[in-house]
Design a protein. Structure first.
Length: 330
């Protein structure tokens, strides 16, 4: 049977309308294909230490990607080395010890925002070590050489605190800097007399026969904040939403790392030289889920006491802490 031209036209128009309706439903009821914002690229300075387990957990589980962040890492030897890279814009965010960031801000070497906390000391996770029969007591370190990864950082400050507690004059010891991975062998070979180490280098030094002179995270330095993540201030101002998401991801990953030690143990061999067996033995601190200005004030106090801040300089820690944008209406 032949369909009248008018009826055929109505059927054609109905089919076209149905197809258009289906397209709207499939594209979020907009009539246009869904446009997803491209991820924000963040270049992050990173170290292969236990302190960064929460970050690497987030990276491994895709939390940054799910938050719309394209995180790319660059290896650094220490927080101090990240300061010029941050200032030059070669890094957007970096892991590092708190004193390096506070000193850089106070001296005008960089303009930084503190984005997230990374690690806090617990007993047994930061040790002053030596080889057997080389130095028997902390008091015997007068005239000796102590290895550190960098100067004026948290490792030096807690070492100086230990020396003071044991009555060792601050100017009676020498400090020698070298990358963390080189320190255990330097200790074994007698290139230095002692070293202040964290994990995984404590475990590596122990395998070479090292012994502990003192726990550097006790007494005046118990629960001391160690390290966190700082951003180039200009980058943070240009990408406040990305910085807020970075912090949220770190909060999630830090909560998971604190809740289950096995999670950290599984993560360590993926990004560091720690093998699965050693990962079960390493001393693990705490991964804070927020930046506590009062805790950071203790770091500033240590810096002032041991002259890691110039006498005519100070730092406004609360002003350094990144503040995420407030939702509309607040």
């Amino acid at each position: 049977m032949r369909v009248p031209a008018a009826l055929a036209g109505r059927r054609a128009r109905s089919s076209a309308a149905l197809a258009a309706a289906l397209l709207v439903a499939l594209t979020g009821c907009s009539g246009e294909p869904d446009q997803q914002a491209p991820p924000t690229t963040i270049n992050v300075g990173m170290m292969p230490v236990v302190d960064t387990a929460a970050f690497n957990l987030a990276l491994d589980r895709g939390y940054f990607r799910d938050a719309g962040l394209d995180v790319r890492t660059q290896r650094i030897p220490g927080g101090e080395a990240s300061v010029p890279l941050l200032q030059q814009g070669r890094l957007d965010v970096s892991f590092g010890n708190w004193p390096s960031f506070l000193n850089a801000q106070a001296t005008g070497r960089a303009d930084l925002k503190l984005v997230a906390d990374a690690y806090q000391a617990t007993n047994g996770m930061m040790l002053l070590q030596t080889m057997p029969h080389r130095v028997r007591r902390v008091e015997d370190l007068r005239g000796k050489t102590i290895a550190l990864n960098t100067r004026d950082n948290i490792m030096e400050l807690i070492t100086r605190s230990v020396l003071e507690t044991h009555g060792v004059p601050q100017d009676s010891v020498k400090f020698r800097t070298m990358p963390f991975p080189q320190i255990p062998e330097a200790l074994k070979n007698g290139e230095v007399d002692a070293a202040t180490l964290n994990e995984p280098y404590i475990s590596q030094a122990n395998r070479l026969g090292a012994v502990t002179l003192a726990d550097a995270a006790t007494g005046p330095t118990v629960d001391i904040p160690i390290a966190g993540y700082a951003a180039n201030s200009q980058f943070a101002a240009q990408h406040p939403d990305a910085m807020a998401k970075f912090r949220e991801v770190m909060q999630r990953a830090s909560t998971e790392a604190n809740a289950d030690r096995a999670t950290v143990e599984k993560e360590l061999p993926k990004y560091s030289t720690v093998d699965p067996t050693t990962a079960q033995l390493v001393r693990i601190g705490r991964y804070p889920t927020s930046i506590d200005v009062r805790r950071l004030g203790r770091v500033e106090d240590l810096m002032t006491r041991y002259h890691a801040l110039p006498p005519d300089k100070n730092v406004d820690v609360p002003a350094m802490v990144f503040q995420p944008p407030q939702p509309p209406g607040r």
